[in-house]
Design a protein around this ligand. Structure first.
Ligand code: SF4
Ligand code: SF4
Length: 185
């Protein structure tokens, strides 16, 4: 009798699920909108003025725990946008084969020049396919960006960043203490 009850219960659960709307989609015919913090590959981007945002500071190369970023600075030259001298890139590569997706390279970037992508990475058939050259990184700029940028991630870690330091509070004298005359020690 016990087995019969269990079987009926199991059938009820099964039938309930048969008529539930599916929670899966037929990928790749249909794709889901990825959450805003979803992150896969990388892109190098331009600033609001249309100039290359990367100033070849090497911060991302130095912090990468997998040692897969190589930055080759081109030296200083005049910006066609601002007219001021600034550093530019000669070359930039990122080998996605060994990336651990820690996002540290994005977090340390002082100009928000490197960002991660919010789109499912396409499978590659070779290791070379996962090697991101500077051309590929700039081409990826058109793909949807993940939420994180250097400035957003840094302000998330330290919300007071960039704000003026608070005024030091004047120390209140202990209750009942005589006020100390100026000049006495
Ligand atoms: S996400 Fe981490 S491991 Fe990947 S390139 Fe950036 S710093 Fe290196
Ligand atoms: S991507 Fe950012 S951190 Fe890396 S070299 Fe360029 S400016 Fe520096």
């Amino acid at each position: 009798m016990r087995y019969l009850i269990d079987t009926v219960r199991a059938m009820i659960v099964t039938m309930r699920n048969v008529f539930r709307p599916p929670t899966t989609v037929q990928y790749p015919a249909e794709d889901r909108v990825r959450p805003e913090r979803y992150r896969t590959s990388f892109a190098l981007v331009h600033d609001e003025g249309g100039d290359e945002a990367c100033i070849a500071c090497l911060a991302c190369e130095r912090i990468c725990p997998s040692r897969i970023i190589t930055v080759k600075p081109a030296g200083k030259r005049e910006s066609p946008v601002t007219g001021k001298k600034r550093n530019y890139l000669e070359d930039f590569t990122l080998d996605l084969n060994a990336c651990i997706f820690c996002e540290l390279c994005v977090q340390v970037c002082p100009t928000d020049a490197i960002i991660m992508l919010r789109e499912l990475a396409k499978p590659e058939l070779s290791r070379e396919g996962l090697f991101l050259t500077m051309e590929r990184l700039y081409a990826n700029e058109k793909i949807a960006h993940s939420w994180g940028s250097g400035s957003k991630l840094m302000s998330m870690q330290d919300p007071k960043r960039g704000l003026p330091a608070p005024e030091p509070k004047a120390e209140a004298p202990p209750q009942g203490a005589e006020p100390v005359p100026e000049g006495s020690s």
